[in-house]
Design a protein. Sequence first.
Length: 213
Amino acid sequence: MTETHTSRSALTRLVLIRYFEALVALALMFFLTAGTLAYWEGWLYLGILFIPMAFVMIYLIKYDPELLERRMRFREKEKTQKRVINFGVLWFLLAFLLPGLDFRFGWSNVPLWVVLGAAALTLLGYLMVFWVFRENRYASRVVEVAEGQQEGAIKGFNPKKPGNRCYNLQLAFCDDIKAYLTGYVRCGDTYTANGTAEMIKEIVAQLKKIWRK
């Protein structure tokens, strides 16, 4: 089992508590402001949000509890980020309170196809979030520095730490004049020969500049 700062059972309890707290909070915001449970758009949004969320949580608990633990962190350490979060709370509340009030008082008349289209885009957005989670295991909810989160680092040939993320360097030097000519920092799984032709062209161009001097 993968080691985490929180045991898997404790993490599961925390996730379930947060899940049902969010479900109840959003349901209250939708249906209290709407003044009725017969607000089908509210039920539709809750289904689009919480059904996929349940499957994602099950997946993360089983395959990546470390990422799920990072997603459960809410306390920001950076002062600037704290101010951004506090400012965003107001707009977050308005975004979930206004739809119910709009339904209750009939401020707008949105066509059915627009509602369903928006719902489909919302679902697509959450699927994209899940894809980001699979690609970036360091997607913490708060701003923090995480070891091994180097941008562009991918598992590849790493003789010192097999299986770890790394880079593939392609550098060119001229020993006669002790000069750096050109080079690339590439993802760890890049084939060594990739980009060789382009690099040779750059080397020749750099040498021509040096010879002209």
